[in-house]
Design a binder for this molecule. Sequence first.
Ligand code: GLY
Ligand code: MN
Length: 379
Amino acid sequence: MAHAPTAALEQRHQFVRRALAGRSLDALVVTALPNVLYLTNFTGTAAVAVVGPDRIHFVTDARYVTDVEAMAATGHACPGLELVRVDGTYDGALVALLDRLRFSRVGIEAAHLPVSRYRWLVDRLTERGAGPVLVETEGLVEQARVVKDAYELERLAEGGRRLSAAALEVFAEVRAGRRERDVALAVDVAVLRAGFARAAFDTIVASGPQGALPHARPGERRLTEGDLVVLDFGGVYDSYCVDLTRTVSIGKASERARRVHAAVLEARNQAIAAAAPGVSRFDVDGAAREVLVAAGMGDAFTHGTGHGLGVEVHEAPRVTRRMPGIDTTDEALVAGMVFTVEPGAYFPGWGGVRIEDDVAVTGSGVRLLTDVTTELVEL
Ligand code: GLY
Ligand code: MN
């Protein structure tokens, strides 16, 4: 498994440290595991990282100590890492560490620290008297993650290539008479065989009327002649998530199926054509939505056009309609962002179509990371 080089981690730390300085914070307690992974290359399931001015205190337990120590001697070592072993509880170790470091203002990740843990930490630090003030922060590390570095772009591109190759194996598994669950299992096997560590989310195989549910769960239904089948699957490759959807026909597609598929494909094409540095993410969504509205399918497109991809399968940027009161800035696309383009049209009782590809924003437009036919495939 590959990991980000030390120099890339150093850049990420500097980004976070600049954000801390801008808020007059001495350090940030990172409790969200995807953020810990992004900053340290740690792929385990339990750790807390405290990003200070020149070091990262890395709190973990006996299960991971050997791993972290081994990483220190490689080209992907986390710079400035100081290991702190958990002897009792994580939060006990964290309080003792914060007590020792004598910071005065320390950020916590408000979106990722349960209220009960937060209160416990505040109470213990207050009891001790000399502890730092904990300050709620939001999105400090996530902000760094939005624009991918060269290492991440390369991994995401490789993930896209592998997922595209897996799609061909997936098509070979789709035929009349098979149950959705069996096809989903075959999809998961194809994804693992393509070199992914795991699926990025629960695979979707939604046939016939089930296709009207954007996040349908594969069930007992057998694929039937004339069905459209939404196949949506993703994988985690070297810690980075990629995501792909194709909608195929079992046997000859009906006139209506062709019409809906053509409209969704045109929406996907227009969104991809609109995406470029400096363009608002809302306008990329608008480009897709406009096509479906013009085709009389505006109400059938019930979700956003896409989502960012990275160490999480859903992250910034959200490529959606502007939400009044929530989205107050335009947030233009920037070279290095990676996101999905996945318009769909869903008709309860009939079925649905979704077509999804992954793109990386370049200096002048976007580069497709996935490469699978966008024709309506009849199987
Ligand atoms: N492909 C599943 C999702 O984006 O939610
Ligand atoms: Mn997706």
